[in-house]
Ligand binder design. Structure first.
Ligand SMILES: Nc1ncnc2c1ncn2[C@@H]1O[C@H](COP(=O)(O)OP(=O)(O)O)[C@@H](O)[C@H]1O
Ligand SMILES: [Mg+2]
Length: 237
């Protein structure tokens, strides 16, 4: 297991009487893409919050590159290489696409480094043609991609995405799946998702959550045909 990038073991998180995350284990290797799906209320965002350091689990282990990271402050999660994008986009509408990316730079860079880094990320998120447009003029899908770009300006080793295709058209959803596979040449990605079309397009190792528990995992093609998953999730959707 020396190659494992992030490992969550027996994670638990309650909110009052609600067990949002119930004994969940999950792991990811460098440059791997994985997905977590589940119906609304399954506990996906709560798990996401535990993995990105926004919340501390009540119990369980969280190990990144062999070191326990439970209880580290949030800024240290980003410093060790865990980046995240929440469900709701929060780009600066009055700044251009390029300027938005520049706001996400951590630490010092020369202006030449800023320019080359920004150009590199613009290419990865397919927004190079519109880097001088104000972010407020972007389509919803483009705003989501811009925010992914902002999250990866710090060269993370792991990118966590909470419902990256929420509100996207089927075409945008497909493009997002391709974009994520491109990102995985440089980093591992865990996408938390509700949308089956996206998970199908992503075609990766998938975990299924239901009522706080991880009930099944496997390749999406197997998950899609799993009787239990169909009953608790697909059947109801
Ligand atoms: N901050 C919170 N305070 C209280 N209850 C919460 C909080 N966050 C999530 N929950 C509850 O935990 C359960 C799982 O929610 P969530 O993790 O948001 O699921 P999902 O992202 O799969 O829709 C739900 O019952 C939700 O109401
Ligand atoms: Mg959620």
């Amino acid at each position: 297991m020396a190659d494992t990038l992030l490992q969550g073991k027996n994670l638990n998180k309650r909110f009052g009487g609600v067990v949002a995350v119930d004994d969940v284990s999950i792991s990811i290797d460098p440059l791997e893409v994985k997905c977590v799906i589940g119906a609304n209320g399954a506990g996906k965002s709560s798990l996401f919050n535990l993995l990105c350091g926004a919340m501390k689990p009540d119990s369980g282990e969280l190990v990144f590159e062999g070191q326990s990271i439970i209880g580290l402050p949030l800024y240290k999660f980003s410093r060790i290489g865990i980046a995240r994008k929440f469900q709701i986009p929060s780009v600066f509408d009055s700044l251009t696409v390029g300027e938005n990316l520049e706001t996400a730079i951590l630490g010092r860079m020369s202006s030449a480094e800023v320019a080359s880094k920004t150009a590199d990320i613009l290419r990865q998120i397919n927004l190079g043609d519109i880097q001088d447009q104000p972010a407020g003029s972007l389509a919803h899908g483009q705003k989501q991609w811009l925010e992914i770009g902002m999250a990866i300006m710090s060269n993370p080793k792991l990118l966590l995405l909470d419902e990256p295709t929420a509100g996207m058209t089927p075409d945008e959803t497909q493009t997002t799946a391709e974009l994520i596979h491109g990102l995985a040449e440089r980093m591992a990605v865990i996408a938390i998702e509700h949308d089956m079309g996206f998970v199908r397009a992503l075609a990766c190792h998938t975990y299924v959550m239901h009522q706080g528990k991880m009930i099944v995992e496997g390749d999406f093609s197997d998950i899609e045909n799993d009787k239990l998953v169909r009953d608790v999730y697909l059947g109801r959707a």
